[in-house]
Design a protein around this ligand. Structure first.
Ligand code: SAT
Ligand code: MN
Length: 613
């Protein structure tokens, strides 16, 4: 048991403050031992072997998927748990109406109880990590303590871990402490032992953030964003607070680098709610000739005004934690190829020859497999083979679309920002915002049909401002004000903002837009807009393409379908404007006046359209 400082045995050079913190966590959680992760391949392979022996991982057929493993979680631990996610700011108003708030003192007491002895019988791993290229101006450091070897090997893929980040921390760079326990001790208070299980976790879960002291404490879940604390907890919830205080942006956005036929390079950031095809867009293969698309990031963008006055974006992550179902040779060949080796799969099906399968991977499902719950599965059994939120964890460099610039510590200058959601009606395929303020209004009011990335009812429409609803570490209305402020700082150097919707359906429920590679077409229009090559039509939602300007060459689409993609019903928009008013009222007097002004301008455009009809 770790009851004193010496048994923490830190590597040489680690500052006393770090040793003290690790010792304190060890005293609280009482692990059998402490392991400081060096991030080496040997360490990784040792953990893989150990987890295979313990039943947490299944090694996939090395002929078919070299270096690949499968994990199966418990059905009670398959997604982020938003109801158990807390922002523990001193004031409730600081967390705002879209977050669960808990008083920091009270939450600390609760955490002290649940973490007490929570690592008994286990090893406590200390993972120093960097979000963003090590040493970069926009990058930040952290240390995650965890009792889950699955988290260690996943963090090694998703962030930059080990001796480099530890040296930077030892040199005095600031870092964010993050403590994680699955909450399944193997020894109880009276010394009774119990065997380990394949997926240890606890029914009671706390995913907690302390924005004032910049700390993360997560208990009870081993899955995804609940446990890989560099991702949503740090890179979004805590980083959004750092960004507000330091004048930058931490966003739930992918980053693309696009080269046009004339060689001009554009960088684009796009915000979509979880599980809306961001990874597919991040690895877009354009169907229009002459355009090249490279991936910089698929989930999170940290953006800072650079010395040139423009907004520069880095991907703070080093890997992709993407939704597996629906990934196929047709929908995202780049991604599928990236998953051919050195990938951890979680909650997908296991084929009889030791490979993986999920819904949508192939037209023809295997005749038999073992499903994500470890049961026999056949195509007619009435159950899915892979959980809808099953995931792959893979290093970003394995994608052949990865940009040579993806690790540029200075980031890429952002030309375009897209806001998207999953909307079967009302929102057109693409429209450009009238101004930065209008773009912020669009971002603030975006709504989407609920997906499986979080617990909840799939299909319900929910407001998801900036796709940050579950990820903003402070009051959402203050966050909108921060965006407006940053627009003023950037002035005419600010990126142009567009809204997109790939998910529109006709009256019979059929998709109106093919999506995937053809999403390059509306993006091409946006890039031609910012290059000043095309005019636009001013409508309710913003500026949309003049008929004939959207490149549909070679696409099997009728004019009626195209019209339907851009149809704007003033009555439906008037109804949404009323909902927006009610929604804004939830935030009381925190809503920036500029956004009320945008709502008024929207209502004027609706009235004008109705008058003209
Ligand atoms: O937060 S996770 O990383 O588990 C998944 C998501 O919501 O995008
Ligand atoms: Mn995400």
């Amino acid at each position: 048991m770790c009851s004193d400082v010496t048994s923490v045995s830190a590597p040489p050079g680690v500052p006393q403050s770090v040793v003290d913190w690790v010792s304190e966590v060890a005293r609280l959680t009482q692990p059998d031992g402490v392991h400081w992760c060096d991030g080496s391949i040997e360490e990784r392979d040792r953990l893989y072997d150990q987890m295979v022996a313990g039943g947490t991982l299944i090694k996939l057929n090395p002929q078919l998927r070299p270096g690949c493993y499968l994990a199966r979680s418990l059905p009670s631990d398959v997604a982020r748990v938003e109801a158990r996610t807390f922002i523990c700011s001193e004031l409730e108003s600081e967390a705002g109406p879209t977050n669960n708030w808990a008083a920091p003192d009270q939450m600390r007491q609760t955490l002290a109880q649940v973490f007490s002895g929570s690592m008994r019988g286990r090893t406590m791993y200390v993972i120093p990590f960097s979000m963003g290229p090590l040493g970069g101006d926009i990058s930040k450091l952290g240390i995650e303590i965890t009792d889950s070897p699955y988290v260690v090997v996943s963090m090694r893929i998703m962030t930059r871990v080990g001796l480099g980040p530890l040296a930077a921390i030892s040199a005095g760079q600031p870092w964010v402490p993050a403590v994680h326990s699955v909450g399944y001790p193997l020894v109880d208070g009276s010394g009774q032992t119990r065997p380990d299980v394949a997926w240890p976790c606890n029914e009671e879960k706390y995913i907690t953030h302390f924005p004032e002291t910049r700390e993360i404490w997560s208990y009870g879940s081993g899955y995804g964003g609940n446990a890989l604390l560099g991702k949503k907890c740090y890179a979004l919830r805590i980083a959004s607070v750092l960004a507000r205080d330091e004048g930058w942006l931490a966003e739930h956005m992918l980053i693309l680098r696009i080269t046009g036929p004339n060689g001009r390079v554009f960088n684009l950031c796009a915000a979509f709610p979880s599980a809306c095809g961001k990874t597919n867009l991040a690895m877009l293969r354009p169907t229009i000739p002459g355009w090249k698309v490279e991936t910089v990031g698929d989930d999170i963008a940290w953006m800072r005004p650079g010395p040139d006055g423009r907004l520069h974006a880095i991907n703070p992550e080093a890997g992709f934690f993407g939704v597996a179902p629906g990934t196929s040779e047709k929908t995202n060949p780049t991604c599928l190829h990236a998953l051919s080796h050195d990938t951890i799969f979680t909650n997908v099906g296991l084929t009889d020859d030791g490979d993986v399968w999920w819904e949508g991977m192939t037209d023809q499902p295997p005749a038999h497999l073992i499903d994500w719950q470890g049961q026999d599965w056949t195509p007619d059994c009435g159950r899915v083979a892979a959980h809808p939120n099953s995931r792959f964890t893979v290093n970003a460099a394995q994608a052949e679309s990865i940009s040579p610039n993806w690790e540029d510590p200075a980031g890429v200058p952002v030309d375009v920002i897209l806001f998207g959601g999953r909307r079967s009606s009302n929102v057109p395929l693409i429209s450009e915002s009238y101004s930065w303020e209008h773009g912020v209004f669009v971002g603030a009011t975006v709504s989407s049909e609920q997906t499986a990335a979080a617990e909840g009812t799939v299909g319900d429409l929910r407001r998801d401002p900036f796709a940050m609803l579950p990820f903003c570490g402070y009051n959402m209305a203050d966050y909108w004000a921060h965006w407006l402020d940053l627009g003023r700082t950037l002035g005419d150097q600010a990126p142009r903002i567009f809204q997109v919707n790939w998910f529109r359906r006709d009256a019979e429920g059929n998709w109106l837009w093919p999506g995937f590679g053809d999403n390059s077409r509306p993006i091409e229009w946006a890039l031609r807009r910012i290059s000043g090559e095309v005019a636009a039509r001013d409508v309710i939602s913003g500026r949309i393409p003049v008929p004939g300007d959207l490149n549909v060459d070679g696409l099997d689409i009728t004019n009626a379908q195209l019209d339907a993609l851009f149809e704007l019903d003033p009555k439906a928009w008037a109804y949404e404007a009323d909902l927006t008013q009610t929604y804004f009222e939830r935030f009381g007097d925190k809503v920036p006046p500029a956004l009320w002004d945008q709502l008024e301008q929207l209502r004027q455009r609706i009235a004008q359209t109705e008058a003209e009809a």
